[in-house]
Ligand binder design. Structure first.
Ligand code: ZN
Length: 184
């Protein structure tokens, strides 16, 4: 199982690489990695397991965060209707997005960042995405709210981008035009 010491932290060069496209069929090792990433998130949200292993709670984790520079990430969080989103995402693309923006009112966090970085991280409010499942099935999905923000945060990891790269350096809490806050 993935533990906190398996997760690389800011400053590690892999977090700044553009991760490689994956090819199908995935190897057994790549499939296992997808399962492990998702299982880490599930474990991290289970108070007993998280406490036992000292896991920080997460809703998304990308392969580069465990030092594997491939275009894969996992998401595990409820959507606004309370449906559980539980996904291993491969070779994701945003095919379209809303003009309207969004941001988490309390800022974003990251399993690879051991400090609070205050400020608004501008995101698209709604996105339509395409990606492949570990079995090579292509999926198209519309996301909004926190799942849309989490997807964009994880997709950034595949492109070597950290959430704080998006924060306004002169005024971290400057109003973001055309965007509404997401209350968490
Ligand atoms: Zn992150």
């Amino acid at each position: 199982m993935i533990l906190m010491h398996d997760i690389i932290r800011e400053g590690h060069p892999t977090l700044r690489e553009v991760a490689k496209e994956m090819t199908f069929p995935l190897t057994a090792e790549e499939k296992k990695l997808g399962e492990d990433l998702l299982q880490f998130l599930i474990n991290s949200q289970d108070p007993e397991i998280a406490n036992k292993h000292g896991l920080r709670s997460g809703i998304g984790i990308a392969a580069p965060q465990v030092n594997v520079s491939k275009r894969m990430f996992a998401l595990y969080l409820p959507d606004s209707k309370g449906n559980q989103i539980s996904l291993v995402v491969i070779n994701p693309k945003i095919v379209s997005h809303s003009v309207e923006g969004s941001y988490v009112a309390t800022g974003e966090g990251c399993l690879s960042v051991d400090r609070d970085v205050p400020g608004y991280v501008p995101r698209h409010a709604r996105i339509t995405v395409k990606f492949f499942t570990p079995n090579g099935e292509e999926k198209k999905m519309r996301l909004k709210g926190l799942p849309a923000i989490a997807f964009q945060h994880e997709l950034d990891h595949l492109n070597g981008i950290m959430f704080y790269d998006h924060i306004n350096k002169d005024n971290p809490f400057a109003e973001i035009p055309n965007a509404s806050p997401l209350e968490e």
